[in-house]
Ligand binder design. Structure first.
Ligand SMILES: *Cc1c(COP(=O)(O)O)cnc(C)c1O
Length: 388
């Protein structure tokens, strides 16, 4: 068998062998990046690619966004930076949101990644390293403007601003804060955080400002700084709750049917017999479960879709499988191997998240590695990219 044929066979075998197919539309990702750039202009737009780009593959996502002109990337922690830094173009900047953990300073400097300094101790450690080596090290400084998660308090910021020797050896390339309620356009917390941020930035004139996440980009011009930091909107999720989603879908998930059966009324389905049929019911068992990121909270609550019909989940979601009611479909419509939709045109990320009692972020980041992944590349970049 020649090489191309072997590869082709390998891909097909993988596709047939996996319990489901995760399709990731990188052209839609690129379109979403361009839309965010238009919304945020003249502010520049970074990409938050933590948690493996919200489960979609940080290396591929970063490559596509770099081609769209993105030069700033954010991960959550140093181990993610260690993995991603060598795959990023040399001129691109990589920030570590969770900052410096004690002992991580040298690795951070060696990698050439930019820590987000979240406390005076982190500022001291980064400054000490720079001074001891007689070099200048870049850093972002985070201010806590009302989320109580990460960053310097107003008084700590004052301490730093009143004695700039604390920043010896550090070149501040960004001052940033994070909005707690940016997805709720009318929430009064956001203007309060904005006011606090403006006060903080006055103490560090000339340092570029970063405030908006996905939701923040849609809060209007007041929330514009120099660099927006969207994550979830890039990946097609709605940036604001209660409004139409302006982003293009990036993710599609289809799961295979393993087996079907017809059972009479009064039949228990799945672990714990948590569903008992009330009429003759045709059931399909699907090849994905909570180990594939379909939350157990979808038990007796969520659905799959096929041919425009909703197929309610019956009973509990198992680790590797779940059951759906296919009585609404004609006999034989779903033979073993057929694919049904879990995320796609009939069921958005937000819809499945709502059925599971969670948010789109958690659905995305739990998708895992057991599906066959199909990446669709932007047309201009299709050559040489292959599909994997
Ligand atoms: C995760 C994160 C973002 C991206 O948030 P989205 O809501 O996904 O756009 C931006 N900034 C910080 C500090 C974050 O932790």
């Amino acid at each position: 068998m020649n090489q191309a044929l072997a590869l082709r066979f390998g891909i097909e075998a993988d596709e047939a062998a996996a319990g489901g197919m995760l399709t990731i539309d990188l052209a839609a990702l690129a379109g979403n990046y361009r839309h965010l750039c238009r919304m945020a202009a003249p502010e520049r737009v970074a990409a938050v690619v933590k948690a493996d780009a919200y489960g979609l593959g940080a290396a591929k996502v970063a490559r596509v966004l770099h081609a769209e002109g993105c030069r700033d990337f954010f991960v959550a922690n140093l181990i993610e930076a260690v993995r991603l830094r060598p795959l990023l173009a040399p001129g691109a900047r990589l920030f570590v949101l969770n900052g410096l953990l004690p002992g991580g300073e040298a690795a951070c400097a060696a990698l050439g990644v930019i820590p987000v300094l979240n406390s005076l101790e982190q500022v001291r450690a980064w400054s000490a390293l720079a001074v001891s080596r007689s070099v200048t090290l870049e850093a972002a400084l985070q201010v806590d403007t009302g989320m109580s998660r990460l960053g310097l308090s107003a008084s700590e910021l004052e301490t730093l601003a009143s004695d700039l020797s604390g920043l010896a050896g550090i070149q501040l390339v960004l001052i940033m804060s994070h909005l707690a309620c940016a997805d709720e356009p009318d929430n009064a917390a956001s203007p309060r955080q904005l006011a606090a941020m403006r006060g903080a930035c006055e103490r560090f004139p000339g340092v570029p400002i970063s405030l908006a996440n996905s939701g923040g980009v849609f809060l209007g011009p007041d929330f514009r700084g120099d660099l927006a930091r969207p994550g979830v909107a890039l990946y097609g999720a709605a940036p604001s709750s209660g409004a139409a989603n302006p982003m293009q879908p990036v993710v599609r998930l289809d799961i295979r049917v393993i087996q079907t059966r017809t059972v009479p009324a009064g039949t228990a389905v799945g672990y714990g017999g948590a569903h008992v049929t009330t009429r003759e019911t045709r059931i399909a068992t699907l090849a994905a479960g909570y180990a594939d990121g379909l939350p157990r909270s979808l038990s007796n609550s969520g659905a799959a879709w096929f041919d425009g019909k909703r197929l309610p989940i019956l009973g509990r979601v198992s680790m590797d499988s779940l059951m759906v009611d296919i009585t609404a479909l004609p006999d034989g419509a779903l033979p073993p191997g057929a694919l049904v939709e879990l995320i796609g045109p009939h069921q958005t990320l937000e819809a499945i998240a709502a059925d599971a009692g969670t948010i789109s972020y958690e659905i995305l980041t739990r998708l895992g590695q057991r599906y066959h992944r199909h990446y669709a590349y932007p047309a201009s970049r299709a050559s040489g990219q292959g599909q994997s």
